[in-house]
Write a protein that binds this ligand. Structure first.
Ligand code: FAD
Length: 324
């Protein structure tokens, strides 16, 4: 049986692995079968990860993190976790290939998925004018014309934030009223750079090398029209990847895994969670990496406490034997 298994190969998983490996816990990291490296594999330049003043390509950053985790002794399995048994002192992790791995501690770092529009162009234009993260990519759109899709709080927040950079921000919403809170709505309505396009959905995204515009379909009349754009931000929600732990770990009202305060401790002893799967607000590579550190350190302390507890009876028996 292993000391620790880490599930997920994003910034949270690899950072947890670097710390656990350097603590000589010989971690096993389950990286998934197809999405190795996590969300940053879907983007181009990352300009806000500390240490890279000239920016770093998302996939390059993830390759470096993997190299660093392996250098200190992390073993990586390229498969998906399909089932988990988390109760009791031995945690069991079932893999897609049918194999079962066991450990005394688990770090769960499966991330979250931005909801997509369901258009084929999303695969090719992601990171090329198409984004799901204004904090990450807003800076690239100075003096540009862009659009945000969505009608909730996060869409209003992203649109308002993007007016710091862009000259014009359209908000495209499929209804004629917003779901966002009144205060967020008002802030967007009051912003002169924001223009609302009501009752419209994206029928297609235009552009070969980069986004050049969209086709809008009127949700009432079905009419199509073109809109020229330099960038498109999709803000229609985010789903933490928690399906494997439903009914096993406590979740928050926002659907993320509940943890104890600023720690990574979940509702089950020996199970720690990190990264976007516990984070309804910040969802950045550097916050995910920081939270991977917390999870590895929490797991390390948990394992040390288990060892101490196991050592106490043995020590007592030894002392008794000496006394005799
Ligand atoms: C297009 C895009 C651009 C972005 N740009 C930036 C940026 O410039 N700067 C920034 O700071 N942030 C950026 N982000 C956000 C950043 O990518 C995330 O905050 C960060 O990757 C979260 O890290 P994580 O480790 O929690 O999860 P993820 O990176 O999502 O990794 C989760 C991992 O878990 C794996 N996994 C899930 N389920 C299983 C399973 N059952 N079995 C095995 N493995 C599993 C996944 O395959 C994945 O490898 C961007 C996000 C996107 C989508």
């Amino acid at each position: 049986m292993r000391d620790i298994i880490i599930i997920g190969s994003g910034p949270a998983g690899f950072t947890a692995a670097i710390y656990a490996a350097r603590a000589e816990l010989k971690p096993l990291l389950i990286a998934s079968s197809v999405e190795i490296g996590g969300e940053l594999m879907n983007t181009t330049e990352v300009e806000n990860f500390p240490g890279f003043p000239e920016a770093v390509m998302g996939p390059d950053l993830m390759t470096k993190m993997q190299e660093q985790a392996e250098k200190f002794g992390t073993e990586i399995v390229y498969d998906d976790v399909v089932e988990l048994e988390l109760d009791g002192p031995v945690k069991r992790v079932k893999l897609g290939n049918g194999g079962v791995e066991e450990a005394r501690a688990i770090v769960y770092a499966t991330g979250s998925a931005y909801r997509k529009l369901g258009l084929p162009e999303e695969a090719t234009l992601s990171g090329h004018g198409l984004s799901w993260c204004a904090t990450c990519d807003g800076f690239f759109f100075r003096q540009k014309t862009i659009a945000v899709v969505g009608g909730g709080d996060s869409a209003m927040e992203e649109a308002t934030f993007l007016t710091r950079f862009a000259d014009k921000v359209y908000v495209i919403h499929r209804r004629d009223s917003l779901k966002a809170s009144k205060i967020m709505q008002q802030r967007a309505f009051d912003n002169e750079k924001i223009e609302f396009i009501w009752n419209a959905e994206i029928a297609a995204i235009h552009g070969t090398e980069a986004v050049s515009g969209v086709s809008l379909r009127d949700t009432v009349t079905g009419e199509l029209r073109a809109l020229d754009l330099d960038g498109l931000f999709v803000a229609i929600g985010n789903d933490p990847r928690t399906h494997l732990v439903h009914g096993k770990l406590e979740l928050t009202a926002e659907g993320t895994i509940a943890v104890d305060g600023r720690s990574s401790r979940t509702s089950v002893p020996g199970v720690f969670a990190a990264g976007d799967v516990i984070d309804p607000h910040y969802r950045q590579a550097v916050t995910a990496a920081g939270s991977g550190t917390v999870a590895a350190l929490d797991a390390e302390h948990y394992l040390a406490a288990l060892d101490d507890a196991a050592g106490e009876p043995a020590q007592a028996a030894q002392l008794a034997a000496v006394a005799e």
